[in-house]
Ligand binder design. Structure first.
Ligand SMILES: *[C@@H]1O[C@H](CO)[C@@H](O)[C@H](O)[C@H]1NC(C)=O
Length: 261
């Protein structure tokens, strides 16, 4: 049984004008990765077992284990330990033949993005939304930069390359996967391990040393924003996701919290 322990971890955390308050989520032993969209919260643990948050505890998703899972507009997807892609169909993770991927993100409106660890790919609507277990899918190259982590939100897609630089493209066409071109957003001493772009336009970064940042100044006219604003967390984080007012974070120690402001 999952022990349910709620505790106020950190009270008023002040970052610029934003004060974030974090609470402990129901305990998931040795959590590793989290992804939230449209109210659904998915997480993986060290054994690559997969769960969704169900009130006060985590419910186990049976079948194929995933090292990385994502949920969003095109459905729920996962990547297994041997880099095979799966899509949730009829309650089962079902194999999607094609590219070997280390990470996927379903945050884009109508398309899926994935990284092979060194290159980014895009799965257009005709495949991503429609795939229901038969046939194969065909991926489009999204960027020739050496990108290891991708996330798409309201204002385009964000990528992190293998040395922690952050890239952004203003828009990706879900029907063709064509894009507006990539630009380097930050390449200084602040090295990111991941960037997560939410469907409401907020963009969060997680640095290689586990610090959490909110991208300031992101709007329709300036989709890459202005600077990274630190959100103090007290402990180092390994993963994060944002949905419906909650910033979900997984600490290096494997604890899950959610923060609101
Ligand atoms: C899910 O997978 C199981 C085991 O392969 C199978 O028996 C079942 O019919 C599948 N369910 C659906 C709804 O496809």
């Amino acid at each position: 049984m999952t022990a349910v322990v709620f505790f106020v971890l950190l009270l008023s955390l002040v970052s610029g004008s934003h004060a974030w308050r974090c609470l402990g989520a129901p305990t998931l032993y040795q959590a590793r990765q989290i992804d939230a969209s449209k109210g659904l919260v998915l997480a993986t643990n060290q054994l690559q077992q997969n769960f969704f948050l169900n009130g006060l505890s985590w419910s186990y998703l049976h079948g194929q284990r995933m090292k990385h899972i994502t949920t969003g507009d095109t459905g729920t997807w996962g990547v297994s330990s041997n880099n095979q892609l799966y899509k949730m169909i009829g309650g089962n993770f079902t194999r999607v033949p094609g590219l070997s991927l280390s990470q996927v993100d379903a945050g884009g409106d109508g398309f899926l993005v994935g990284s092979t660890g060194s290159r980014a790919y895009c799965l257009r609507t005709a495949y991503a939304r429609v795939f229901k277990g038969a046939g194969s899918v065909s991926w489009s190259v999204l960027s020739s930069y050496s990108l290891k982590y991708y996330s798409c939100g309201l204002y385009g897609c964000w990528g992190v390359d293998t040395i922690g630089r952050v890239f952004h493209t203003r828009s990706v066409n879900p029907n063709s996967c064509s894009q507006t071109g990539w630009q380097v957003v930050s390449s200084g001493s602040l090295k990111m391990k991941m960037v997560e772009a939410a469907s409401n336009g907020l963009v969060f970064g997680l640095s290689t040393d586990g610090k959490v940042y909110l991208r300031a100044g992101v709007n329709a006219g300036r989709t890459h924003g202005t600077f990274w604003s630190n959100i103090p967390m007290g402990v180092a984080m390994r993963h994060l996701s944002y949905d419906l007012g909650r910033l979900w974070v997984v600490s290096n120690a494997g604890n899950i919290m959610f923060c609101m402001h």
